[in-house]
Design a binder for this molecule. Structure first.
Ligand code: SF4
Ligand code: SF4
Length: 408
């Protein structure tokens, strides 16, 4: 694609990166076939090729309108287009640049600004979110149905974590909303890894990975969250005491694997971020590598399960089939799931900011997941887990919890 970026951005790092990405796009349109919003709305501007063109126009200095922002807002950032593209167009990175520009050049209505600011203030703060969740549960019977379904009635309590006792150690991230919504996920991961001789440890005070604020229009605040997390982890990494950083939420994993890129222009953090990204593994990658030492209890049944691979796992981290392999080895029967490449509509704060599109995607996803008559649904990201659970009577849980139950 020919480009002529405007003077205000052409010679900046972002301008150069956007230009290189745009030039790779040959406008073939293969990506539109795997774009969930294009499939729902049928509008070229609600598909990746159209959005790329809108961002190109913005970067070339043409007028940026509220319509431009609307089409970018409707994008789930699922990156299905990226793993489909034969030309290697890094749509997600272009979107970060395009959204920042559109955010600067347009004005959202006051209510929209307040809502986004509230989400950016509450969700990354673990204790504030936990308090609001408790209040939401108390008020749940009095809330309208659309709001009540966003407040999970309860969460399985966290069971004991093994004390660190192995020479092999890995770091884990508690995350921001996961401890309140499903406190046993990291504990279950710690128990499984303890069985194979790895102690999983969390650093006190390590907070949000930064993805939440970064993707909701507060990129500088998101980067500040990332730097704060690097600062928390760095002393332990520098001492050489941990061999990897394990992620049980694929959304956080995708974000931390991007630190090397996102902090590459910050001289104080670039090298540390590169090291941290290189050390980061989804928990499925770690368990898969240790599979020889994972032995399910003989005589127990794995059960029929439908696995939903989150977009941040299959597209963001490009990890496909690994969790399914781990579950199959452990004796689970995986039911077929049509269109498993499509987003469930959770997508960070998308379910709050684009409720209608999100609800349609959730209905489609739950119907695909239920089509093989599973006993339960397993997934790998807390956002997808809570979102899917709000629309089905089938149990939905993190696959590591199901695996742990199978081993014990
Ligand atoms: S598939 Fe890739 S090259 Fe083709 S239109 Fe989409 S982004 Fe451009
Ligand atoms: S990220 Fe997802 S929703 Fe956005 S354009 Fe790509 S496929 Fe479509």
């Amino acid at each position: 694609m020919q480009t002529a970026l405007a003077d205000f951005i052409r010679d900046t790092p972002e301008g150069r990166e956007a230009d290189a990405i745009l030039r790779k796009c040959v406008h073939c349109g293969f990506c539109t076939a795997t774009c969930p919003t294009y499939l729902l709305l049928g509008d070229e501007n609600d598909g990746p090729r159209g959005r790329i063109y809108l961002m190109k126009q913005a970067l070339e200095g043409q007028e940026i309108t509220d319509r431009t922002r609307l089409h970018l807002d409707r994008c789930l950032t699922c990156r299905a287009c990226e793993t489909t593209c034969p030309s290697g167009v890094q749509y997600g990175r272009l979107l970060d640049i395009g959204r920042k520009l559109v955010e600067e050049k347009t004005a959202r209505p006051a209510w929209e600004r307040v809502r986004r600011r509230a989400l950016a203030a509450v969700l990354p703060r673990r204790s504030v979110f936990a308090l609001l969740l408790t209040l939401g549960r108390l008020a749940r019977p009095f809330l309208p149905e659309s709001l009540a379904e966003k407040v999970p009635a309860s969460a399985p309590a966290a069971r004991a974590r093994p004390a660190p006792r192995h020479p092999r150690k890995m770091l884990a991230l508690a995350g921001c909303v996961q401890p309140a919504l499903s406190p046993d996920i990291n504990a279950a991961a710690a128990r499984v890894l303890d069985r194979v001789g790895i102690s999983l440890i969390e650093v006190k005070g390590a907070g949000c990975c930064g993805a939440l604020r970064f993707h909701i229009g507060y990129q500088e605040e998101g980067l500040a969250d990332m730097r704060a997390l690097v600062d928390r982890w760095w002393p332990m990494i520098e001492r050489g005491g941990v061999e990897a950083i394990v992620m049980t939420a694929s959304g956080c994993g995708a974000a931390v694997k991007e630190y090397a890129h996102l902090l590459s222009h910050d001289p104080a953090y670039a090298a540390k971020a590169e090291k941290i990204s290189a050390m980061t593994r989804d928990v499925s990658e770690v368990i898969d590598a240790e599979h020889a030492r994972i032995e399910p209890v003989p005589g127990t049944r794995g059960g029929r399960v439908a696995f939903h691979p989150p977009c941040t796992l299959q597209h963001g981290q490009d990890i496909k089939g690994v969790t399914e392999r781990v579950l199959a080895r452990a004796g689970f029967e995986l039911t077929p799931v049509p269109d498993s490449h499509l987003c469930c509509g959770s997508a960070g704060t998308y379910s709050i900011l684009q409720p209608e599109l999100s609800a349609r995607l959730k209905r489609n996803k739950l119907s695909a997941l239920a089509s093989g008559a599973p006993e339960e649904i397993l997934t790998a990201n807390i956002g997808c887990l809570a979102h899917l659970q709000s629309g089905t009577g089938l149990p939905v849980r993190h696959w590591i919890a199901a695996l742990e139950e199978r081993l014990s």
